[in-house]
Design a protein around this ligand. Structure first.
Ligand SMILES: C[S@@+](CC[C@H](N)C(=O)[O-])C[C@H]1O[C@@H](n2cnc3c(N)ncnc32)[C@H](O)[C@@H]1O
Length: 220
């Protein structure tokens, strides 16, 4: 099917998220979190964006989560090389499990999901029940940014953010080839001449998970 043709408003039903069913990992890294609010990057890779962000916003606490040993090790060595302040907190863990067990409701100002691909079709973050927890953990007006080089994912994420999760779309744009890349993958894709897109969606005041559980009615 043509990508543009999938731009309708219909989304699949997503089951209600139950955080009690997420097992507590034995291997959580020990970390002392400051008081909220937090900004969180999920799948930060070698940490280019998180490091720039924490330097740019010294008053924000940036929690950057990466699950692979190899990328996390690169991230740590960059942190040491850049002599980072305490406002950058690197976490080596699966982001879903760590967030569920550490992040309270309404404590996050901004989430970043930057180039989370590749991931299996049925494990796109915006179609996962976990997204309910993510939105519940956002402050009113808090935002979720998602970047991808896959147009189908961009259009699908936009549809889910607006029509399933009832978020307010604040940004929907193509990343320009002359722009300073924000991440390692963005740099790689732009250098290859690939298109990249960025979405930012905000949690409206009065947002309720209950309003998201009913299947979206078919527009016709
Ligand atoms: C394509 S890379 C992008 C890395 C970085 N955001 C960038 O743009 O340069 C996706 C990253 O997400 C990480 N990742 C995927 N699922 C994750 C999860 N559940 N928890 C933590 N990291 C995850 C992968 O290990 C990988 O490093």
């Amino acid at each position: 099917m043509n990508v543009e043709a999938k731009q309708g408003t219909e989304t699949k039903q997503i089951r209600t998220f139950d955080p009690n069913k997420v097992p507590r990992s034995e291997e959580f890294p020990e970390v002392e979190l400051p008081e909220p609010p937090y900004d969180i990057e999920v799948g930060c890779g070698a940490g280019y964006h998180s490091i720039q962000y924490a330097n740019r916003f010294p008053n924000h606490t940036m929690i950057a989560i990466e699950r692979t040993h190899k990328r996390f090790a690169k991230f740590l060595s960059r942190i040491h090389g850049n002599k980072m302040g305490k406002n950058l907190i690197p976490i080596h863990s699966d982001a879903l499990i760590w967030i569920v067990h550490h992040i309270p409701p309404k404590s996050v100002g901004r989430y970043f999901f930057l180039y989370p691909n590749p991931f299996p079709k049925n494990r796109r973050w915006y179609t996962m029940p976990f997204m309910q927890f993510v939105i519940e953990s956002l402050q009113d007006g808090g935002t979720i940014s998602m970047a991808t080089n896959i147009k189908e994912h961009h259009l699908e994420a936009k549809k889910y953010f607006q029509h399933h999760w009832n978020l307010t779309l604040e940004e929907d744009r193509k990343v320009e080839s002359g722009e300073e890349p924000r991440t390692h993958f963005e740099k790689k894709y732009l250098e290859r001449g690939e298109d990249c897109w960025n979405l930012m969606a905000a949690k409206p005041v009065g947002w309720s998970a209950e309003d998201c559980t009913a299947p979206t009615p078919h527009p016709h």
